[in-house]
Design a protein around this ligand. Sequence first.
Ligand SMILES: [Zn+2]
Ligand SMILES: [Zn+2]
Length: 81
Amino acid sequence: MCFTTIISKIFSKTIPKNKDIDEYIVEKKLIGYECLICLDEFNQGQQLTVIKCGHLYHTPCLNSWFLKKKTCPLCDEQLTI
Ligand SMILES: [Zn+2]
Ligand SMILES: [Zn+2]
């Protein structure tokens, strides 16, 4: 599933075209989506970051990852952030 599809499915809005990542606040628990860094689900009120490749992570988890590498932890997509 592509990035914009996921975004519009979950958040009913579209992603700015020239961005590699975008941040959202979780409005309700996202069943079936988990952060692949800490392996927890996304719960209401948490901040998450979506990458253009379509992967979702908790913002704090991804920020720690970005201290090491500027890529998607799962698919190694290079990111400009
Ligand atoms: Zn996490
Ligand atoms: Zn990815």
